[in-house]
Design a protein around this ligand. Structure first.
Ligand code: C5P
Length: 250
């Protein structure tokens, strides 16, 4: 168990923003991705529980689909969640970046550390959450959990038409690459400044902090923190839950 779980109330308080406003088009037709069920429980509820499992987290802000805040509030009310954690729901925006910003806007002033966690990563273990918080507490302005890559990665010149052969431009050295997950952890003021400063599209929050010229550090990620993106990921997520149930039974 990490030191994070034994923190005193005098230490920096931690809130989590969960962007959950995406449609999840790559998963196929149906409800917004975060509201789809894994073993009968919405993915978002799994993600909220994964964050609230950390004793260091005292507030979770869920960023709902723009027209779905009422539905998400009802969902949170209908599921058992830890009493020591507060929950807020706000409507999201057109892009992940905008949704995160709307979540940050809703944060009360007393939180000094902010984690941003994709609803689409419902199974991240609490030790990974605690490791991210610990690294921010130790002074890093931005922290990302990440894993080495199994595949070699090529940079290509994207073809104008899908399916056309694409010329390879470069092969980065695999040993220097990491696949980045969430939750990503931040000093609150740094993350807010990053969102105020960076206007072009990005795919994660840490890259906005990099653009401020600050150092982002990596801590070990976890294979169960994968992002549920395609239909096969749902099968994998349910298999992970089944394995956990089996292990908990012994
Ligand atoms: O699309 P992608 O898988 O990168 O989305 C990552 C996370 O961002 C998901 O949890 C999704 O719900 C969220 N998102 C959002 N608002 C959007 C688009 C995506 O909150 N407009």
């Amino acid at each position: 168990m990490s030191d994070v779980s034994r923190s005193s109330p005098a230490e920096a308080r931690t809130a989590v923003v969960i962007p959950a406003a995406g449609r999840g088009v790559r998963l196929g037709p149906g409800a917004p991705k975060a509201l789809r069920a894994l073993n009968g429980t919405p993915m978002l509820i799994h993600a909220v529980r994964a964050m609230a499992a950390s004793r260091a987290v005292s507030l979770v802000v869920v960023v709902a689909p723009p027209d779905g805040a009422g539905e998400v509030k009802s969902l949170l009310d209908a599921h058992a969640l830890p009493e020591r954690t507060d929950f807020l729901v706000v409507p999201g925006g057109d892009s992940r970046q905008e949704s995160v910003r709307l979540g940050l806007d809703a944060l009360p002033p007393e939180y000094d550390i902010v984690l941003v966690h994709d609803a689409a990563r419902p199974l991240v273990p609490v030790d990974t959450v605690d490791a991210v918080i610990e690294a921010v507490r130790e002074g890093a302005p931005a922290v990302v959990p990440a894993l080495p890559l199994a595949d070699t990665v090529k940079e290509v010149e994207p073809a104008a038409t899908v399916g056309e052969p694409e010329p390879v431009v470069a092969t980065p050295v695999r040993a220097r690459l990491r696949a980045v997950q969430t939750p990503q952890g931040f000093d609150r003021a740094t993350l807010i400044r990053a969102h105020e400063t960076v206007t072009e599209d990005v795919t994660d929050d840490a890259s906005m902090v990099e653009q401020l010229g600050l150092t982002v550090v990596v801590v070990p990620g976890h294979e169960e923190a994968f992002k549920v993106t395609r239909p096969l990921d749902l099968v994998l997520a349910e298999a992970v839950l089944a394995r956990r149930r089996l292990n908990d039974g012994f």
